[in-house]
Write a protein that binds this ligand. Structure first.
Ligand code: SAM
Length: 312
């Protein structure tokens, strides 16, 4: 296992956090600890500094603990979902933080571990859970959902135009016998898409992404989490969010806009009646994307988008 992997948009997100030596920081998605390593380095000498590292995957936390061993005195590791960030801060007697990083989605450690059942290329039991204590798996979703629900998931989270045919083929197959493995599912998806649309990538890619997002409830929790993050920030505190999916990026963009918009009264009103005040300032109007040299060494960076907001 390579503990020296380079995290996505590393320089951009670390400089986006504008780290203070004595600050308190939360990495809501510590993964392999790549970003946190650089945060920890910057706050290392601060007497009052603290870093909370959260991940819903216990295995990710075990990797991060190894990577972050030199800084362990400053770090609190938490196995939880970042949607509980408010409760996690309270439990650790923290009422305000100077920066929060969310690097959304799955890690390469998770994707590369065949047994976790994320791969459409290598065979494993259908699983796709980030938190292996969760009961609901991709097997349950694929075999127990009706055609309407499957179609919705594949269309919305996968942006797959053949969602109807795929949902139809999955339901037809599960009427005969359960779909047990990733490769069985990948074959069924492939058979639902006309050959001329198979294109360059694997035809199962979008559907697998959709199923993973649904199994881990990745979209539903995002909006409230972002609101809780902004509420936790101290004045001048920063929230950096890296997303990999247009639906996620849209949610981040809209929430950031909502927090940075002041009075919404019509222009011809003599005085403000809405009393709305901006609580944040958007640091980058357009999302920051990876440079070509980063994409060349890490293809996952291709779809990464970083948005940064500052509490005022
Ligand atoms: C893209 S990786 C993060 C990589 C990390 N920044 C690094 O430098 O190694 C995303 C990580 O976030 C975790 N994760 C995703 N959604 C989460 C959630 N809702 N709560 C907590 N952890 C989550 C995943 O388990 C995964 O380990």
């Amino acid at each position: 296992m390579n503990l020296n992997h380079i995290p996505v948009l590393l320089n951009e997100s670390i400089s986006g956090l504008n780290i203070k030596t004595n600050g308190i920081y939360i990495d809501g998605t510590v993964g392999g600890g790549g970003h946190s390593f650089f945060i920890a380095q910057k706050i290392f000498s601060g007497e009052k500094s603290k870093l909370i590292c959260i991940d819903r995957d216990e295995f990710a936390l075990s990797i991060a603990k190894k990577k972050l061993k030199p800084f362990e005195k400053k770090i609190i590791f938490v196995h939880d979902n970042f949607c509980n960030i408010k409760k996690i801060a309270e439990e650790n007697k923290i009422c305000g933080v100077d920066g929060i990083l969310l690097d959304l989605g799955v890690s390469s450690f998770q994707l590369d571990d065949v047994k976790r059942g994320f791969s459409y290329i290598k065979n494993a039991r259908l699983d796709m859970r980030m938190d292996r204590n969760q009961k609901f798996t991709a097997f349950d979703l694929v075999n127990k959902s009706d055609i309407k629900k499957l179609g919705f998931i594949i269309k919305t989270y996968g942006e797959e135009k053949f969602y109807k045919q795929i949902a139809n083929n999955i339901c037809r197959a599960t009427k005969i016998k359960s779909i047990e493995t990733t490769l069985e599912l990948a074959e069924i998806i492939k058979s639902a898409i006309p050959k001329k649309f198979h294109g360059k990538g694997n035809p199962a890619k979008k559907t697998f992404q959709a199923i993973r997002i649904a199994v881990n409830n990745e979209i539903e929790i995002l909006e409230q989490t972002l609101k809780d993050c902004v509420n936790l920030l101290n004045k001048d505190g920063r929230l950096c969010v890296i997303s990999f999916h247009s639906l996620e990026d849209r949610i981040v963009k809209n929430i950031f806009r909502e927090f940075s918009t002041g009075c919404t009264c019509p222009k011809d009103f003599p005085i403000c009646v809405c009393k709305k005040k901006a609580v944040c300032e958007i640091i980058n109007k357009k999302p920051i994307c990876a440079e070509k040299n980063e994409i060349d060494i890490n293809s996952r960076a291709h779809s990464a988008k970083l948005r940064i907001i500052k509490k005022i």
